[in-house]
Design a protein around this ligand. Structure first.
Ligand SMILES: Cc1cc2nc3c(=O)[nH]c(=O)nc-3n(C[C@H](O)[C@H](O)[C@H](O)COP(=O)(O)OP(=O)(O)OC[C@H]3O[C@@H](n4cnc5c(N)ncnc54)[C@H](O)[C@@H]3O)c2cc1C
Length: 294
């Protein structure tokens, strides 16, 4: 199929983009990498009247890495983030998660901010934003707002971005060296969306014991689901009983839908298996980060 007719505008400035989005209102859509939007248009699952292409605005492609933060502009491609050594050092979870996102050709065009703005609950970066409490900067002609990961996702393909607005930046704090992270998932083929996926973060305290442990599940509910298991894992080193207890607790806290790819029971089993694997992997990565620092 072909998309329904639409007007196409390609402003060269931030002000031009915001004016075009404000003028289009509910009839407008941002076009970033097009890797999700173009298929939706072609299948006529979306039919906006105006497409506002943001790719010609020079400062939208900025990727800034400071001693405290990583700031991602709205046309920074997945591949640039995935391959940046500085990003990998500052926020390792970004590269860990992006290695599962689609294939190189899609990563060369698809944007990481677009992926978050798209709010697909199967997207790896939605789980990263929620777990690390990243901040999305939302701009419209009426002003700028900052929304944290825990408040950004409202439902499948629904976020805090209103019509006439766009995400102009996503910011992550540099992870402390006592924090280890991991992303693990199961999909039908490498590069497909996950049947179930887990991002995990462990913070070490005194004597390399666990101080805090959280996970963020994707492809499990209408938005990423963040669960804190610090109460179960606090103070332990590598005792297998506690890992299993934490994973069982996580699986018992969710009720994923079944579909043609996976039943509810299978998804719940994956949540348990992947939660244990993700948490243990994050713990090992935390030990490695602390060892490198010493
Ligand atoms: C075959 C295939 C496999 C894929 N596999 C995965 C996968 O495993 N995991 C995964 O996470 N993704 C996957 N994707 C999607 C890919 O990561 C997309 O690049 C991403 O979801 C959207 O980014 P984009 O820049 O292409 O956005 P677009 O397609 O341009 O836009 C997507 C939506 O987000 C909105 N949008 C984009 N940018 C902004 C912004 N700055 N502000 C406000 N709204 C905005 C658009 O208006 C549109 O509604 C896959 C895509 C394909 C085609």
């Amino acid at each position: 199929m072909k998309p329904a007719p639409f007007e196409y505008v390609r402003p060269r400035t931030r002000a031009g983009v915001l004016a075009a989005l404000a003028a289009a209102g509910e009839d407008g859509k941002v076009l970033a990498g097009g890797q999700s939007l173009i298929p939706l248009l072609s299948m006529r699952l979306a039919s906006p009247k105006v497409l506002v292409d943001i790719n010609l605005v020079p400062d939208f492609s900025a990727l800034k890495i400071s001693p405290t933060h990583v700031e991602i502009g709205p046309t920074v491609r997945h591949q640039e983030l995935l391959t940046s050594e500085a990003v990998r050092k500052a926020v390792p979870l970004l590269a860990q998660a992006l290695s599962y996102v689609a294939h190189p050709v899609i990563r060369n065009r698809g944007t990481s901010v677009g992926s978050i703005a798209h709010a697909d609950p199967s997207g790896e970066l939605t789980a990263v934003l929620s777990l690390l409490d990243g901040v999305v900067t939302i701009e419209g002609q009426d002003g700028t707002r900052e929304v944290t990961g825990s408040d950004f996702f409202l439902g499948p393909l629904e976020s805090a971005i209103n019509s006439g607005e766009m995400a102009t930046r996503v910011t992550f704090g540099r992870l402390p060296t006592t924090m280890g992270t991991a992303c693990v998932e199961v999909s039908r083929r490498h590069g497909d969306y996950a049947l179930v996926g887990v991002c995990a973060a462990i913070v070490l305290g005194e004597d390399h014991q666990i101080d805090r442990a959280r996970i963020s599940l994707f492809s499990v509910g209408p938005t990423p689901i963040v669960i804190d298991v610090s109460g179960i894992l606090k103070g332990i080193r590598i005792d297998s009983k506690h890992w299993r207890e934490a994973a069982r607790f996580i699986a018992s806290s969710v009720d994923p839908d079944g579909d043609i790819h996976a039943t509810t029971a299978y998804r719940k089993n994956l949540v348990e298996v992947l939660s244990k694997r993700g948490l243990q992997c994050a713990y090992q990565n935390a030990l490695d980060r602390v060892a490198v620092k010493q």
